[in-house]
Design a protein around this ligand. Sequence first.
Ligand code: C2E
Ligand code: MG
Ligand code: MG
Ligand code: MG
Length: 274
Amino acid sequence: ARREGGSRRLRQFRQRMLSEAQGRVQLISELHRGIEKGELQLFAQPIVNRERRVIGEEGLIRWFSSVLGTVAPDDFIPLAEQTGVIVEIGDWVLEEACRTLSAWSLDPARADLTFSVNLSERQLRVDGFGERVREIIARHGVRPDRLTVELTESVLHSDLDRTVGVLGMLRTEGVQSSLDDFGTGYSSLSYLQHLPVQQLKIDRSFVSSVVEDPHAAAIAQTIVWLGRNFHLQVVAEGVETEDQFSKLREIGVDAFQGYLFGKPRPVAERLLSA
Ligand code: C2E
Ligand code: MG
Ligand code: MG
Ligand code: MG
């Protein structure tokens, strides 16, 4: 539904941008223009504990293009990664996250909430990335342990030593790390031994079929066992129904995120209402 609307011409234009090489070049220049014009917004979605109490939020980027309408992150993040502009976007997301945490810290009801940001592999490869994160945290005066960075297993395919180094430095600072979309990558599990992460996020594909499909439930259960053995918090993402929630609780999942508990909303709203 989010990509509907607009004239037929606009839809065709958008389709071409997303599918053809030349369209991608146009999309890149649109993205640069959109960034300049402030068309990117950070939304956030609640993460709840086993008692359904909100314990944090995950920041999810949205692009409201005046030319293309709403463009989903899956349609522009990969391109932003290829061109490198994700580094600039990622810095902005970290700023927004720390601005949000700083506002929350003044509110006793929210001072303990965490904020998670998604990192691209490309950001980790920037020299001094860890120092950059430290600087942003310090400038906003937020508690480092309120910030979590989410990475997918794809970061493990490139430069593992570098990833371990950056995450290790963030860990020393107190920043938490999480493996997103866990269970969908092709990595060997042995890296868990070396990687300083504190959280695993069970991919939505397992969550969506956890009630009907015993194999999906077995994978979720295995991830929970893995989490227990490595002392990691296990979060299920994409929880949409009460049945999924109770099944995942039964399996032993620690925290939950999904439309059942709240859709992504502009972070600005999170600052105001209770
Ligand atoms: P992700 O980090 O795995 O985020 C979870 C995705 O699942 C989000 O999609 C969220 O809106 C969606 N979702 C949450 N609950 C439900 C549910 O109950 N049902 C369903 N069907 N979907 C649910 P979204 O916002 O489209 O983001 C897609 C991906 O884009 C993210 O996956 C993340 O990998 C990437 N992304 C988003 N924001 C950023 C960012 O600031 N930086 C980077 N590098 N990547 C980002
Ligand atoms: Mg994520
Ligand atoms: Mg995910
Ligand atoms: Mg994802």
